[in-house]
Design a protein around this ligand. Structure first.
Ligand SMILES: CC(=O)SCCNC(=O)CCNC(=O)[C@H](O)C(C)(C)COP(=O)(O)OP(=O)(O)OC[C@H]1O[C@@H](n2cnc3c(N)ncnc32)[C@H](O)[C@@H]1OP(=O)(O)O
Length: 427
């Protein structure tokens, strides 16, 4: 039987390193409810979440069944002192293909055991396992931007936050035909999966979502404090085709009933018509003073959709998806390019997965990648290659920071895409 992320054995090197510190690295059997519950409790605690109720645990056990779940145990301590899980997710790359990527989540180390190398062992194990299985890249979204560079990850997409003064802005976008209607997660789930799949496939940087990640966007999970306040509105084209939805919560209004605040949970739009219609719906809600949204793209057009541009304020821009390339030829040939070119890249990789000198020849938007001994045009660490891989315009800044050497402009021309990559959710 071919090994998969679920069946590959635990990484011997990390197991040995942890054993030297009296700790035990082990996979959690998804059928072992008690072990999985203890892992979930440790995971929630690691992110300062509340202790999960029985109902939340039951749901989470189902959600994590398809993931490789790894724990570090300090024998005698009832919950794991380290957690991580992983699965293989389709990452949309420029041109629209799906690259198999090793998605990593739930990296936690108990505060009682921090800074003893547990995360180092966990991340090393993940990367070696992914590499051994032939998965060409690893991806994650991060709690802090200071953690993952050391393991060869580079920030590859950025996410924006918005605050829109709903009393100030007036719709200035195109007409929005099509139909909006309230729905419920139960009623909409299957349709919502399809809309999400289309949305995710339409932009580099998005990932195909497991049912759990999709459910989280369509409707509340158990234990969601806002579960009974969350509203769901669908958009269907004039022809009746489902193309988008928005979930949101309305708060406030206590002081002044005409000044509620709308918090957008998620806005999915497979088409521009869905995007504009859903923004318009949010901005024109009565009794609302402010609309807040997060995890939008760096090219979110909302300012251009209203008359008073300053009524739509960008409140945050932050690194979001981080990419770790494990196989340079496989990743570079899977995406498309918007101009042709020929570049020799010297990639350095301290962890030894992806280092080497590669000639990248792009013709008609498709790349061939060959090992070469020719002089490099560009020398860069693997994390910088991860940063430019999905098309973001980061090459110049990385060159200024000394993290790309050589002809960064040529690298930029070859790798950058007209539409920047985006990841619109967390995982
Ligand atoms: C994909 C995700 O899941 S993102 C979520 C990450 N998890 C969290 O934010 C939860 C709270 N934090 C934690 O659980 C832990 O602090 C972790 C997982 C971030 C780090 O675990 P530790 O076992 O303490 O890390 P470890 O001892 O292996 O440290 C490795 C190196 O990273 C550094 N490091 C660890 N955490 C951080 C941090 N938050 N910021 C900066 N550097 C860090 C260490 O100083 C060490 O550096 P060195 O090799 O130069 O000495």
């Amino acid at each position: 039987m071919t090994e998969t992320h679920l069946t590959a054995p635990v990484d011997e090197r990390s197991k040995g390193a942890l054993a030297d510190s009296g700790l035990r690295l082990s996979l959690v059997d998804p059928a072992d409810a008690a072990a999985l519950d203890a892992w979930i409790i440790a995971d929630f605690r690691g992110f300062h979440g509340r202790r999960p109720t029985e109902e939340v645990l039951e749901e989470a056990r189902g959600n994590f069944g398809g993931r490789r779940t790894t724990a570090v145990y300090d024998d005698g301590v009832s919950t794991p002192v380290g957690t991580v899980n992983s699965w293989v997710a389709p990452l949309t790359v420029p041109g629209g293909a799906a690259l198999e990527a090793w998605a990593i989540s739930s990296v936690t180390v108990a505060p009682t055991h921090r800074r003893r190398g547990i995360a180092t062992a966990l991340l090393g194990a993940e990367l070696r396992t992914a590499h051994a299985l032939g998965v060409p890249a690893a991806i994650l979204t991060v709690s802090e931007s200071t953690i993952y560079g050391r393991w060869g990850f580079g920030p590859a997409t950025f996410a924006t936050g918005w605050s829109i003064d709903a009393k100030r802005v007036r719709w200035a976008g195109a007409p929005t035909p099509g139909r909006l209607s309230f729905t419920t997660p139960e009623e909409y789930r299957e349709t919502g999966y399809a809309v999400l799949a289309e949305t995710m496939a339409s932009r580099a940087g998005e990932i195909g979502l497991e049912p759990y990640l999709a459910d989280r966007l369509i409707g509340p999970l158990k234990g969601d404090e806002d579960g009974d306040r969350r509203l769901l509105v669908r958009y269907d084209s004039p022809e009746g085709r489902p193309e988008g939805f928005v979930s949101y919560v309305v708060r406030g209004g206590e002081e002044d009933f005409s000044r509620h605040v709308v918090e957008v949970g998620y806005l999915a739009a497979a088409t521009d018509a869905a995007l504009t219609a859903l923004w318009r719906f949010l901005l024109e809600l009565d009794l609302v003073a402010e609309v807040k949204a997060w995890t939008r793209g760096v090219d979110e057009p909302v300012q251009l959709l209203v008359q008073d541009i300053r009524g739509a304020r960008l409140t945050s821009v932050q690194d979001h998806l981080w990419v770790r390339i494990l196989d340079v030829p496989a990743t570079l040939t899977s995406r498309r390019y918007e101009s042709d070119g020929d570049l020799v890249l010297e990639v350095t990789d301290e962890l030894g997965f992806a280092g080497g000198r590669y000639r990248v020849i792009v013709e008609d938007g498709e790349a061939r990648v060959e090992s070469t001994a020719d002089a490099p045009d560009v020398t860069l660490p693997v994390e910088s290659l991860g940063s430019v891989y999905l098309g973001h315009d980061l090459a110049r800044g990385l060159a200024l920071a000394g993290r790309i050497h050589g002809d960064a402009d040529a690298l930029d021309r070859l790798f950058r895409t007209a539409v920047p990559p985006r990841l619109s959710t967390w995982f």
